[in-house]
Write a protein that binds this ligand. Sequence first.
Ligand SMILES: Nc1nc2c(c(=O)[nH]1)N[C@H]1C(S)=C(S)[C@@H](COP(=O)(O)OP(=O)(O)OC[C@H]3O[C@@H](n4cnc5c(N)ncnc54)[C@H](O)[C@@H]3O)O[C@H]1N2
Ligand code: MOO
Length: 412
Amino acid sequence: MTAETVATTAPTAWDRARTLMHEAGRAGALAPVEVPVDDADGLTLAQDLVTLTSLPAFPTSSVDGFAVRGPAPWRVVGKVLAGNSPAPLADDGTAVEIATGGMLPPGADAVLRVEESTRTPDGRITGRLRETVEWRRPGEEAELGELLIPAGTPVDPGVLGLAASCGYDTLAVRPRPRAAVRIFGDELLVQGPPGDGRVRDALGPNVPALLRRYGCQVAPGAVVGPVEDTLDAHVAAIRSALAEADLVCTTGGTMHGPVDHLHPALAALGAEYLVNTVAVRPGFPMLVARVTGDDGRARFIAGLPGNPQSALVALASLVEPLLAGLRGRALPALGTVRLAEPVPGRGDYTHLALVHVDAASGTARPVRHVGSAMLRGLASAHGFAAIAPGTSGEAGARVPFVPLPLLPGERP
Ligand SMILES: Nc1nc2c(c(=O)[nH]1)N[C@H]1C(S)=C(S)[C@@H](COP(=O)(O)OP(=O)(O)OC[C@H]3O[C@@H](n4cnc5c(N)ncnc54)[C@H](O)[C@@H]3O)O[C@H]1N2
Ligand code: MOO
């Protein structure tokens, strides 16, 4: 389907559109790069994390005390701190003082806790050994060569720590996709209150912030708008964005009004539609197209509708799965919520209804102010409850849930 085809094609079913986007992203997944472990947070593993040593790599005391050999009492013959490589304990009745994390000397057969030790009159130590083992044996956590985490897993601080602890200096990861944003609409103001037919650009601040939360890098200068409402200006704006980005998000102009130039601009750029309209409300005229660069690599253009809530629906429905694919990640799984109140369906379309989720009970309640031109409901919601085509959401029903990319502590 080329961009000459006007939107007379049937809209793609919403769940199908998510899968299509993820597949297209995977087909164009960004090439892996090798980065220092410290720089990998938030990226995606492009290699299996296989441990380079046993964990622990050597037997380590798990308490401060004495590593002993044979029966009590013991003569203290040395000291082992964490980081030392100790000499063997050669004789029964000897011990070394040992710190937590210290390597157990060969020959030691138990560790006595310092607080459970006493001195004998001749200066030896004695005490009753616990039944439990007071050191960690090599390989207890992982054996050398064991697969700890598979490629495709998001890297988070836990993964970083594990990678370092089992010997990695660098990791092969898929980088953050580079995103650019082009805002269309001559009616938009970029400062001051709206009035006299002009509205404030809400998407210039909103879309780049969301793209970052979906894992993109958005360079300074990568957000441009409002772009003049002419076809030439649209083509030039998208072309300059394609030169610097893996994903270009445009806002507005997805319909076929007198100043909606997106479709003709895509045709002029030789773009190929992957999805052109989706059977979802709000957000129906959303689209994603692909162009192949001179370097043979695919780049993507996501046409987000101008109505602000619809733009966000398009990000959550198409762009998030596309980015997951580009980053080498799995299609984000949808959780579910239980509806606290009925939510109407939207006929043949999926209805994405903004809801507030009660953290304790997991139940979802529709928020108010949810017109597609509104942002008030969005700013108080946790995500969208998805009401399938041909159904309506009954109170008590469990339905799929598309979360907004919120951080811990937001929207308590
Ligand atoms: N004849 C029809 N008209 C419309 C239909 C339809 O089916 N038939 N669908 C409506 C739907 S649904 C949507 S969604 C919008 C999509 O329109 P566009 O993507 O072409 O967007 P615009 O026309 O440029 O703008 C729509 C609306 O949003 C405001 N807007 C645009 N950009 C911003 C921004 N950055 N910040 C804040 N507000 C913005 C703009 O002023 C308009 O009010 O089309 C319907 N029309
Ligand atoms: O897609 Mo439009 O969302 O209903 O405003």
